[in-house]
Design a protein. Structure first.
Ligand SMILES: [Zn+2]
Length: 459
């Protein structure tokens, strides 16, 4: 009796000792990230020395060199580039658009931008009547004769009732991706898509759109949410209004680019890999600070924190700056293909691609047993640092390619309320990232990676 009680006491003491030493380590991650502010300074360099980094652009090439340089400065075990062929789409001249009120001989300009991947309009632009639909569902119920020769205006707004703005995005975004290919068979001449935004403002949001080979290609643009409101109001008053838009974008041949990779080798299980990362490419309208410079520098910061605090991981911690998430996902696909071919043993892959906002926890893509293990083992400790939200399902688009060879996929889950104020717009600049929120996210990632590395994923 006495001996089993002392074993119990010993066990309790050991586990609470482990909790308290882990708690001290996590606190150090936060203190160091917040006081040294290195991730924010890396983000400054990526945004201000380079700026926009769309796949195939000069900016993207320069970003590869810069991130490689930052990784070398960390004195980690290895740094290398992984070649990947990427699409090369260019926007061309600034787009123009206006609503024309024929009865009044009146023209009102509105902010638009071409959607990524779109073909250009003819040089003289497109001028046509407009038919408004709330989304793809409504279009499919329309009569082709109502659409033929017109511009389809997709005006499904974000559902404001969702607390998590990414859910509103997921609901509205099919009209952006599929709008042109769905409308073309009805005889539409172009599409105008309401920006994926929470607020009513003047910023058009770009983003990827798609075509299929079997359907004629028509140009697609995004209109600012304020422009969308105006167009909607105008159509209510006068069905005969016309819409004009002009774009000069172009798809060039695929070009060579790279994922940038750096790692700290594991001291005990070097063949077990924990991937961390974000995507290095960004849309071309601004600096890609929240999307996804933030994720790149936070992941670099994880390596730096391990080095600065002298923590030698048991497993290999591998950073990947993925290329081409925005308009192709080729970098993520390439990395996963390489990992499969080489039989690389991945135990976890955690990315950050939801903005540099205050972290809440992690969304996880895993089986029920592992989810239960993670929640049971680490939630209490993570909750102490207010990063214990582990219920959401999902992983980032780049690590998602590792499905099938990596049991635990995940993504840093920051507060989502302001992300779509910046996402894919001209406002996504370094000044619009808060340094403390960004660093908190980096420390959150370091904390989670530290626990996965130290304890593994159980039996
Ligand atoms: Zn992104």
């Amino acid at each position: 009796m006495k001996s089993s009680l002392s074993i119990l006491i010993l066990l309790f003491a050991t586990s609470s000792f482990a909790q308290s030493t882990d708690s001290i380590t996590l606190a150090h991650f936060f203190e160091t990230a917040l006081t040294e502010d290195k991730a924010y300074s890396d983000l400054h360099d990526i945004c201000k020395q380079i700026g926009p980094r769309l796949s195939g652009s000069d900016g993207a090439s320069k970003a590869v060199v810069l991130v490689q340089k930052i990784l070398h400065s960390l004195n980690i075990d290895s740094v290398w580039l992984q070649k990947v062929m990427v699409p090369h789409w260019v926007r061309g001249e600034k787009e123009a658009a206006s609503i024309y009120y024929p009865g009044f001989q009146l023209k009102q300009t509105v902010p638009i931008c071409a959607l990524g991947g779109s073909i250009a309009t003819p040089e003289t632009g497109i001028n046509a009547h407009v038919i408004e639909v709330k989304g793809l569902g409504q279009l499919q119920k329309m009569n082709p004769s109502d659409i033929k020769g017109k511009i389809v205006f997709y005006n499904e707004a974000f559902d404001q009732s969702y607390r998590e703005t990414f859910n509103a995005y997921s609901k509205a975004v099919p009209q952006r991706w599929g709008g042109a290919m769905e409308a073309a068979p009805y005889g539409a001449v172009g599409v105008v898509v309401r920006s994926m935004a929470q607020h009513i403002d003047e910023w058009p949001h770009t983003g990827a759109m798609g075509y299929t080979d079997s359907v004629v290609k028509i140009p697609a643009v995004a209109i600012s949410s304020k422009g969308a409101e105006l167009l909607n109001e105008s159509l209510k008053k006068e069905k005969d209004i016309e819409f004009f838009f002009k774009t000069s974008c172009q798809t060039r041949p695929d070009t060579t680019s790279y994922n940038v990779i750096g790692e700290i080798k594991g001291a005990e299980y070097p063949n077990e890999i924990i991937v961390i990362g974000g995507h290095l490419d960004s849309w071309d309208l601004a600096e890609g600070a929240q999307d996804d410079g933030a994720g790149v520098v936070q992941s670099i910061e994880v390596l730096r924190l391990f080095k600065t605090l002298g923590i030698k991981p048991k497993r290999t911690i591998r950073f990947v700056a993925f290329m081409n998430e925005e308009n192709g996902g080729r970098g993520g696909a390439k990395y996963a293909e390489w990992a499969k071919t080489n039989g690389e043993k991945h135990i976890a892959a955690i990315e950050s691609d939801a903005g540099g906002f205050t972290p809440r926890g992690f969304s996880l893509e895993t089986n029920d047993t592992l989810r239960a293990y993670v929640q049971k083992t680490w939630k209490t400790l993570l909750d102490k640092f207010e990063i214990g939200s582990l219920d959401d399902v999902g992983a980032g688009a780049d690590v998602d390619h590792l499905k099938g060879i990596c049991p635990l996929l995940g993504e840093l889950h920051p507060d989502s309320q302001r992300y779509f104020d910046f996402h894919h717009t001209g406002r996504d600049t370094w000044e619009n990232v808060n340094d403390r929120e960004l660093e908190m996210g980096a420390a959150a990632m370091a904390s989670f990676v530290y626990l996965i590395d130290k304890y593994g994923l159980g039996k």
